[in-house]
Design a protein around this ligand. Structure first.
Ligand SMILES: Cc1cc2nc3c(=O)[nH]c(=O)nc-3n(C[C@H](O)[C@H](O)[C@H](O)COP(=O)(O)O)c2cc1C
Length: 184
């Protein structure tokens, strides 16, 4: 049994789950809830797919269409929170991030990796969220210019483990991820 006092191991466990989410579409961290704040100050949460995770850089990557509300929100307020619940590990992962919206040449490598059939996720006409006259009154052409990578630089983690005795810790980039146990 690993040492329950080991803060570094606790954080490493979270990164391990994030990495699994990228590699395995059935892993719980594949589909985090991604929350932004609208220009009007209203919280907005939605499911996204986790496309990359780097524990060394402390970054996560999400792909989206620049015409979505989340991009409008991020242009106004470039912060996002991600939330993941890992049932088998009884672990809640909450992540706070600063987000850069990358488009154009900067995302050419990622675009090339996306299968033809999946590229239609970027370019819906009319724009996502626009009212339509009937249920299927839209088209989904693949539109390279609408593709964006949201590069999320992690600034903080809040981890909660619901064991026999609960454990909760806060980690911030500012102190080199030293971590601090907090009351659950
Ligand atoms: C399983 C699942 C995965 C999704 N993955 C993404 C994604 O990776 N990127 C994305 O922009 N939207 C994704 N969506 C759609 C979003 O949840 C959302 O409906 C859409 O992006 C519009 O959100 P917004 O208007 O709040 O920006 C996904 C939805 C589901 C159900």
């Amino acid at each position: 049994m690993s040492d329950p006092n080991d803060l570094a191991a606790f954080l490493a466990q979270a990164w391990q789950h994030l990495g699994r989410g990228v590699a395995d579409r059935r892993a719980p961290a594949r589909y985090p809830t991604f929350a932004t704040v609208s220009p009007e100050g209203i919280p907005q949460a939605r499911t996204v797919a986790l496309r990359a995770a780097s524990s060394t850089a402390g970054t996560l990557e999400v792909h989206t269409d620049i015409a979505t509300d989340k991009v409008a929100a991020l242009r106004h307020n470039p912060v996002a929170a991600l939330h993941i619940w890992i049932p088998r590990s009884d672990l809640q992962i909450r992540v706070t991030t600063q987000v850069a919206i990358l488009t154009g040449e900067a995302v050419e490598a990622q675009w090339r990796q996306i299968p033809e059939g999946s590229r239609v996720s970027y370019g819906t006409v009319p724009d996502p969220g626009a009212p339509i006259a009937s249920v299927y009154d839209y088209e989904k052409p693949a539109n390279r210019t609408r593709f964006a990578v949201l590069e999320c630089t992690v600034t903080a983690f809040d981890l909660v483990h619901l064991g026999t005795q609960h454990r909760r810790a806060a980690f911030v980039r500012a102190d080199g991820w030293a971590g601090q146990w907090v009351a659950p």
